[in-house]
Design a protein around this ligand. Sequence first.
Ligand SMILES: NC(=O)c1ccc[n+]([C@@H]2O[C@H](COP(=O)([O-])OP(=O)(O)OC[C@H]3O[C@@H](n4cnc5c(N)ncnc54)[C@H](O)[C@@H]3O)[C@@H](O)[C@H]2O)c1
Length: 331
Amino acid sequence: MALTAHSTIGEWLEDPTGGELVRGLLAQSGADPESLTHVLGLPLQQLVTLSQGQMPQSVVDDLVRAANGGEIPEATEATGWVEQITPGRFTGKTVIVTGAASGIGKATASRIAREGGRVIASDIAAEKLDVLKSEFPDVITVAGDLTRQDAIDAVLAAAGDQVDALANVAGINDDFSPAGETTDAVWDRVIAINLTAPFKLMRAVLPLMEKAGRGSILNVSSEAGLRGNASGNAYTASKHGIIGVTKSAAFMYGPKGIRVNSVAPGGVATGIPMPPQMSEAGSARLAPFQQAIPSLATAEHLAASITFLLSDDAVNINGAVLASDGGWSVQ
Ligand SMILES: NC(=O)c1ccc[n+]([C@@H]2O[C@H](COP(=O)([O-])OP(=O)(O)OC[C@H]3O[C@@H](n4cnc5c(N)ncnc54)[C@H](O)[C@@H]3O)[C@@H](O)[C@H]2O)c1
């Protein structure tokens, strides 16, 4: 079968021509071939996202041409997992998605829109939200920093009187610092975005859901919400904290018909930025444990888990923390 951008990186490496091309590219850029260990099951196309802008689309296109005698072959059937939408699963539902301009939030917003939902897409990155809007003109976009109450008010105003579901996805990384090194600036920003903002959005939508007697909330945590060796002090605290907020609300509001759940992603190929100054000591201590990630997921893999828990398919699930991590958490 022809190698395409949808063939997995593993398939490229196994193919004599494809393997030579990919290894040549890595050698050219000085990258370690070991760096592909966790991404063998992902489509080659994901290298563009993973490289955080270092590898433009043209490099992937050139690889595909080089492997196919100068031509880009007609799209063939993808060999790996393919997202299957459930038509109408969110029809009639208004769903707020934060972090919707990029990565997991964008994949979630896109899937809900394609499954019939009215999406209120919120993010601080106005230009990237415009791209989402160009792809899904019916999506309502609200640009703003969710650490500010006025941004939360604007999201609620755009949603109107009915909010059926809320997906708190927006988040940032920390600098891998251990507690003894964490600055006030890192702590305050990470807690503000990853913990306080999702709580405030929940606080804003819960009265509407209580009035309706139904609703569904999904808070994105992380592997770092399940253990102490996946990130730094501030991020780990924020992601454990959001699980606490999830469980408390699930308990308090379950009897009122409102379900509150969490998804804990493992490694995901989204290009989520790392701060420019990383802690040397923290990075060194974490490195061997991060090497143990079984595989990286795509944003669409996570959207599948998130939309399941948000949707009525999860009718009997409340207060759950779903590890969506390829099995990392059982190691
Ligand atoms: N990528 C991973 O490996 C991974 C692993 C575990 C958990 N997560 C979590 O998944 C969530 C999504 O991450 P992603 O990988 O898609 O990252 P991403 O950077 O692609 O997307 C996060 C989005 O949040 C937005 N955002 C950041 N600060 C904001 C603010 N103050 N107000 C409004 N929007 C803001 C960003 O602009 C961005 O569009 C985060 O909560 C992250 O902690 C990611």
